[in-house]
Write a new protein. Structure first.
Length: 413
């Protein structure tokens, strides 16, 4: 295997769940990521679900997922000895990533100005709810707050109900990905100049990027895009047009486009429906190349939709997807977690990776790395146990076993 892109670079990861995925991505790229936890372990280890439902800081599946490819140490950076030890670590590091409140690292004497004096090439990446500056900078925020204040929640849910957030926390994952990108941009600059820098990541801003096309509705149409649930919205007529259809064993996604764009797939769908005798004279008479979805009235669309609903309920996701491919239809299954785990495409690409957990006496299947290149290895190391690599890493800094025992007794490590 070729050398990985970040092989030979060291990351000190002080993040909690707000920034876990940043270190995970850098680890996938080959960096030596050292997860720094307080003595006794990171509070995020209490986030469930847990392995076999055993509530234990060493069995959090959330912790497992976002701390692979990391070594782990414990260190109390609020003590003077802990701060001095962290500075020694920073001398050997290329990156520091953290997710404390703005000003916290500086209050410990570990802010960017101090770290850059110790190591001028170091890159500090800070992940906070609203960034280091501005009126909200010292506010705390959970995922639901960030999803609301980035605008994504406004777009999610049914139009006749209040907004909802995506059920699994997403905002921190967007922030971790953007933090990794920002860190790599700073690294590219450092490779050219030798200078490190401070990367300031706002979770609100990172999640806002995921609103995608919604902000464009105002400059283009002078109106905001609104949530529409299973329907397509934003059409001039204001008609709600279903995109998510229930079938025998779940749901599929199939948007119905008007005009030349949708004519081919619409004809193929209605011919398939006619072969199963789910049709009527009106549906068969539609001139699809000239059918304008932006001006159709709700009554007409409801008539078309009722026939299509009957058709979809006659088939499974797999039947609709397989026949859709053969017939040239834009139709896609809505996968459940079980569907994803059994997906033939992911299996063919060897996406799933077995990761050994010797402490559990078991091998657990994990998702693979985020991209395949000729340089990226598909192997992963399980997340570290509490203080698992204390002796290994601190002895690299010159500490003896006796000194480490004394530091442990003093609550420093």
């Amino acid at each position: 295997m070729h050398q990985l892109p970040l092989e030979g670079y060291r990351v000190l990861d002080l993040t909690d769940e707000k920034g876990f995925s940043c270190g995970c991505i850098l680890g996938d790229l080959g960096a030596d990521v050292i997860k720094v936890e307080p003595p006794g372990g990171e509070p995020s280890r209490k986030i469930g679900p847990f392995y076999k439902d055993i509530v234990d800081p060493e069995k959090s599946l959330y912790w497992f997922a976002y701390n692979t490819n990391k070594r782990g140490i414990t260190l109390n950076v609020e003590t003077r000895d802990g701060q001095e030890m962290f500075k020694k670590l920073a001398e050997t590091a290329h990156f520091v990533i953290e997710s404390f409140s703005p000003g916290y690292m500086k209050s410990l004497g570990l802010g960017y100005s101090k770290l850059s004096q110790i190591n001028p090439a170091i890159i500090l990446t800070s992940v906070t709810p609203f960034g280091q500056t501005g009126p909200y900078s010292h506010y705390k925020a959970s995922d639901i707050v960030e999803m609301g204040m980035c605008g994504l929640m406004y777009l999610c849910g049914d139009p006749d109900r209040p907004p909802v957030r995506i059920s699994f926390p997403q905002a921190y994952l967007h922030a971790g990905a953007e933090a990794a990108v920002g860190t790599l941009i700073a690294h590219y600059y450092r490779e050219s100049t030798g200078e490190g820098q401070w990367v300031d990541v706002s979770i609100q801003e990172a999640a806002y990027v995921a609103t995608m096309n919604a902000p464009l509705f105002w400059p283009l149409e002078k109106r905001p895009l609104k949530r529409a649930g299973a329907w397509r919205t934003g059409l001039t007529s204001g008609v709600l047009q279903r995109q998510i259809w229930q079938c025998k064993d779940g749901h599929v996604n199939m948007p119905i486009y008007g005009g030349p764009v949708g004519a081919k797939t619409n004809r193929a769908l209605t011919e398939w429906m006619r072969s199963e005798e789910i049709t009527d004279d009106f549906l068969q008479s539609i001139d699809w190349p000239n059918f304008d979805m932006a001006t159709v009235d709700q009554e007409t669309w409801n008539h078309i939709e009722r026939l299509m609903e009957r058709f979809f309920l006659n088939h499974s996701k797999e039947e609709l997807y397989g026949q859709g491919l053969k017939r040239g239809l834009m139709i896609y299954p809505v996968y459940t977690p079980k569907d994803i785990a059994e997906d033939a495409q992911l299996e063919a690409r060897k996406y799933w990776i077995p990761v050994e957990h010797p402490e559990l006496g078991e091998t657990i299947t994990y998702p693979g790395v985020f991209a395949k290149t000729s340089l990226l290895s598909q192997t992963k190391r399980r997340a570290p146990l509490i203080g698992e690599h204390n002796q290994e890493i601190y002895q690299e800094l010159g500490f003896t076993t006796d000194e480490l025992l004394n530091l442990e007794k003093a609550g420093v490590i």
